[in-house]
Every structure is written in C-alpha cells, then in structure tokens.
Ligand binder design. Structure first.
Ligand SMILES: Nc1ncnc2c1ncn2[C@@H]1O[C@H](COP(=O)(O)OP(=O)(O)OP(=O)(O)O)[C@@H](O)[C@H]1O
Ligand SMILES: [Mg+2]
Length: 409
C-alpha cells in the first residue's frame, strides 16, 4: 500500500467496538489518527442479535473516530467472528501437459482449488493458498518451470453464515460506511502479532475476547486451521456473578481488580469487599475463592482449545506454542495456566508497530483492531491489474508472500 494512504478498521467485538483511522507510514508502522471505542450492544458471541442497537453502537464508535481524526469515514475493513464461522482444506490436482509446469498450469490448479461447492446459506470469507506439491513432493513455493507429471495445491477456505454476515454489513451500512472486506479476527491478530519465525516453526494464535475465542494455526508460513469457539471472558464473569451473588457489572469489576487464574499463588488471607444483591453493606470475600472460580472456567476453556488443536491433527507441529491475546489475556496467571493445560509455551501479545494516538490501544484487547490495519496493508499488495482481469491472484510483493497468499474470488 502507498505511503500516506488512509485506512479505517472497525473491530466489532462482543464487548466493545473499536474504530481506528490510520495513515500508512511504511510496511512496519501505522500512524493512528483517530480512535473511537464504544461499548457493544446488540451483539452476542460474535453475532448480531439486535440490528438497531448494534448499528447504534457501531455508529457511535465511527463518529468518535471521525471527530478525533477530523476525517470522514466512507469505507472500512471489518472484523468478523462467531460460531457460524467454519473452515476446510480443499485440494486440487492437474495433470501436466508437456511435462514442464507452465504459468497456465499454475493458474488452472489455483482456479480449481477455489471452486468448491458450499451450501446456499454460506459464503466464502477467505481462500488462502498453501504451498504446491509437485509429483507428491510437498512445500514447493514456485513450481513454474519444473518437470512433472502432476501438480497439486491445497487451500484453506473459511466460510460463514451468509445471513449473519449480511446482518453485520447492514449495521455498518446504517452508519453510511461501506465494508471493503470482512476479515476473521484471528487472521487480523496474526498479521500484527506473529513473528516470521513463529509462523515458520508452527504456532497457534488464540484471541480470548468477551464472547468468543478465535484460533488460527500456522505452520511453514501457511495457515493450516482456523476455528471460533463461542466461549470467552464473559463466561468467567457470569460464573463470578453466580458464585458471589453479584450483578454482572460488579462481577466484571471484581474480576479485573482482584482476579487471578492461579489460586495456588493467592494467599488464603487475601480479601476484597463488595456489595451483593439485596445487601446494603459491603461483604468480605476471599481472593483465593475468586481465583478458584476463575481457574475452573479458564482451565475448561483451555481444554476446549486443546480438543480443537487435536481435532486439527497438527498438535505435534507447534514448537513455537501459543500466542495469546484478546482482553482476557490480561488475567494474571493465564499464560501459565494455558501453558500447563496445553503443554506448550504461551506468550501474551499486544499490538505494537504503531505511532500517534496509541495510549488507549496499549492492550491485548486491541490486537484485532490494529491487526485489521496491517491486514489491509498486506492484502493491498496484490496486483490490481490482475484482479481487474478476474485472474487468480498469487499475490505479488515480498511482504504478502511472507504472510499469506490470498486467492481472490
Ligand atoms: N484486567 C482484566 N482481567 C481479566 N479479564 C479482563 C481484563 N480486562 C478485560 N478483560 C476481559 O476481556 C474481555 C473483553 O476482551 P476483548 O475486548 O478482547 O473482547 P471483544 O473483542 O469485545 O470480544 P470478542 O472478540 O469475543 O467478540 C471481557 O470478558 C473482559 O472481562
Ligand atoms: Mg475481539
């Protein structure tokens, strides 16, 4: 993307909407010009459940970013999650005419890997190409010119429920903003948080937000698996509310101020005070008990994540472990708990590589919003003339080659 280009990203989370307007400085830096953060209404577990309410909170967030930057927002790249998202790996094969792989053979195999039939009520969000195989030899990046009998390619295809996606589009259009692209939360996160070495070695990115946990697994610089689990930090808060008879908002405050994922490190004589339902005076609570409640739900969530990693079949291929982000990554001790349950290293990551209005963004809760800006820079690297001709794009530009090769529909 050109230097000085202006991009807008909207992360529609379950707990907060974050609109960012930014200027591209270079491929490793964006200058944040406007930030608009607004509590979310009308969205549950990543899905719109009340269009007017959701549209209103999105519009407020956009207005704040417009006011801060002094710029009008017409279109934006938007995050998407929710349990309606699913993914498959599709494979295509072509026989090689004339024994040497030509540019046309490559185009042909890429065209056929994209051509999968999906149910009427679903739409394709992303098609990400993986490496080629030539006569069964895997991991070939550029097969053109090689002698061969057959050429295979695999693509990771991410689909979502069409109505859920359209509902979200409606909400954003109500604010008179067009959606230039929907991007899966975890792919946005990956574009700003993962290092090249992690993606090469094998790593899983995990964004634990309020209502969803978004996963994406990278090996050999390719994306191998993605999934959204409809459990997040809100479930921890609900457990606290029930265990201690607190209103949700108060349970949330207690979690943030006194919470820990590791009861074994909390002394039995640590207490906090707060008012329960129906009582006028504050009562005394044990921090260790609070940590027990948090620990149970969080451990269960990591077990669900482990099941999902096992289901992908790549559980032994992740030496770089997990990169953990999302607001729930702020919970003290969550990295150690995750590492114990998953049996792999876990590091907590938050967005970097930005200048300007960044004070509010210095938290793992804003990885997706900043990641969308980086995603947008990477995808713009694809050649526009080829897109116009409707050709398959194996994106050009070194940076996208290092990130992901997106196949445009
Ligand atoms: N200091 C903290 N300790 C523990 N949890 C926290 C802390 N700060 C925020 N959280 C939790 O993080 C969650 C919100 O995270 P985030 O902002 O990433 O979610 P979101 O993007 O709105 O939702 P989603 O991605 O699920 O749609 C909430 O459940 C909140 O309680
Ligand atoms: Mg989120």
């Amino acid at each position: 993307m050109e230097k000085d280009a202006i991009i807008t990203a909207i992360d529609v989370g379950t707990t907060k909407i974050c609109t960012l307007t930014a200027q591209v400085e270079d491929e490793n830096n964006v200058r944040i010009l406007g930030v608009g953060i607004e509590p979310t209404q009308g969205i549950r577990k990543g899905m719109v459940i009340d269009i007017p309410l959701a549209a209103n909170s999105i519009a407020l967030s956009i207005k704040k970013a417009e006011r801060a930057s002094g710029m009008q927002i017409d279109n934006a790249i938007v995050s998407i999650a929710g349990s309606h998202i699913s993914s498959i790996n599709n494979k295509a094969t072509v026989g090689i005419v004339g024994k040497v792989i030509s540019k046309e053979d490559v185009t042909r195999v890429l065209e056929s890997v994209k051509a999968i039939s999906i149910p009427n009520d679903r739409m394709i969000l992303h098609t990400v190409q993986r490496t080629f195989s030539v006569d069964g030899i895997e991991g070939i990046r550029n097969p053109k010119g090689m002698y061969a009998n057959r050429l295979d390619v695999e693509a990771h295809i991410i689909t979502g429920d069409e109505l859920s996606i359209e509902n979200l589009r409606q909400c954003i259009m109500t604010a008179e903003v067009d959606v230039s692209q929907f991007v899966l939360n975890s792919l946005a996160d990956a574009s700003v948080l993962l290092t090249d070495i992690e993606k090469q070695m094998g790593v899983i990115i995990c964004d634990i937000g309020g209502g969803t946990t978004d996963l994406a697994l990278f090996i050999n610089n390719d994306i191998w698996h993605t999934n959204v689990i409809a459990v997040g930090g809100n479930h921890i808060t609900t457990d606290i509310a029930q265990a201690f008879h607190l209103p949700f908002a108060q349970a949330e405050e207690v979690k943030r101020m006194h919470g820990s994922a590791l009861p074994q490190y909390v002394d039995s004589d640590e207490y906090f005070y707060c008012r329960t339902f129906g009582k006028d005076e504050a009562a005394k609570f044990s921090r260790k008990e609070l940590a027990n409640v948090i620990n149970m739900r969080t451990e269960e969530l990591f077990q669900l994540i482990m099941q999902e990693i096992k289901r992908s079949g790549y559980d032994n291929l992740l030496p770089a472990g997990m990169v953990l982000t999302g607001g729930t990554a702020l919970l003290p001790g969550i990295d150690k708990l995750g590492s114990d349950v998953l049996g792999m290293p876990v590091r907590i990551a938050k967005p970097e590589k930005m200048t300007g209005m960044i004070d509010q963004l210095n938290s793992p809760a804003y990885s997706t919003a900043v990641g969308l800006l980086y995603w947008s820079m990477l995808v713009q690297e694809s050649s526009p003339e080829e897109t116009a001709k409707g050709k398959t794009i194996v994106t050009t530009g070194e940076k996208i080659k290092r990130f992901l090769r997106m196949l445009l529909p």
